[in-house]
Design a protein around this ligand. Structure first.
Ligand SMILES: Nc1ccn([C@@H]2O[C@H](COP(=O)(O)OP(=O)(O)OP(=O)(O)O)[C@@H](O)[C@H]2O)c(=O)n1
Ligand SMILES: C[C@](O)(CO)[C@H](O)COP(=O)(O)O
Length: 248
């Protein structure tokens, strides 16, 4: 539940400390360029585009915080947007936890947004924030699936895997970011869910483990995660389409 005595300020925590192994060799994923601008800067701008976001906390690769701070100093953000840079951890869960620990006292609502989703439109960001402000402790943007999904018994890479079942597709959603939270709920989730192996794959799942309700709002196709090389091609195409639509 939100503390009504606190002023209502929203911050975005951007975990950007991953290596991007699935993208292939090169710089840490968040620092790779899309149309000449680092992916992280696109992601920060996507959060700052919302008038409700007054602080962005970037969680940088552990040894790259000064470089990331310089990068942010070089790229203009709206005057209303402050930013902080903190070093990240070994898993996404730890990186988000380190970002949360850096939040100032007066923040009531938190977005957690992957640096790897640089092109999320501002309308999606605002829809998540609005649902949190309307009282949902945890909100995720998500889309219906185009593929049928099978549950399998995982085997060695390349080996046939026995199918265990086929979940009803109409009940499934592919979850994106930014995920939005009442701050106290998210902090409680991070304090109570231990990092196990590679850690939790999303923050809303940790809130589910608390037993708190999580709701879905419509996601957006352009909020896809840049994970594999083909995603870079798609991201460049989306940016080219935006430039064409903006008349540049
Ligand atoms: N230790 C980690 C691992 C991931 N992330 C961030 O979490 C987001 C989602 O993770 P993912 O897309 O899986 O990025 P990587 O972990 O970099 O990718 P890969 O698994 O291919 O290495 C990314 O913005 C990534 O930078 C992070 O901050 N700290
Ligand atoms: C948080 C997330 O983007 C929601 O789909 C996703 O779970 C991140 O997964 P990753 O394997 O850490 O990229």
């Amino acid at each position: 539940m939100s503390d009504q005595s606190r002023p209502y300020r929203t911050a975005a925590v951007i975990p950007a400390a991953g290596r991007g192994v699935r993208l292939g060799p090169g710089a840490p994923k968040a620092l790779r360029a899309l149309s000449g601008t680092p992916m992280l800067i696109h992601a920060v701008r996507a959060m700052a585009a919302s008038r409700s976001v007054s602080l962005v906390v970037v969680v940088a690769p552990a040894d790259g915080a000064p470089e990331v701070k310089n990068l942010l100093d070089e790229h203009a953000l709206p005057e209303r947007t402050d930013y902080l840079v903190v070093p990240g951890g070994d898993t996404r869960q730890e990186s988000v936890g380190l970002g949360l620990a850096a939040l100032p006292e007066d923040i009531s609502a938190v977005l957690v947004h992957d640096a790897a989703r640089p092109l999320v439109p501002v309308d999606t960001v605002d829809a998540v924030i609005e649902a949190v402000r309307d009282g949902a402790p945890a909100v995720v943007p998500a889309l219906p699936l185009a593929d049928t999904v099978k549950e399998v018994e995982p085997g060695a890479p390349g080996d046939p895997e026995p199918v265990l079942g086929t979940p009803v597709r109409a009940r499934l959603r592919a979850v994106q970011t930014p995920q939005g939270f009442d701050r106290d709920t998210l902090v409680r989730a991070h304090e109570s869910v231990a990092v196990d192996g590679d850690g939790a794959t999303d923050d809303a799942g940790m809130v589910e483990q608390l037993g708190a309700p999580v709701v879905v709002v419509p996601g957006h196709e352009e909020a896809f995660k840049v994970t594999r090389p083909l995603d870079l091609v798609l991201a460049e195409a989306v940016l080219a389409r935006r430039r064409a639509n903006d008349g540049f």
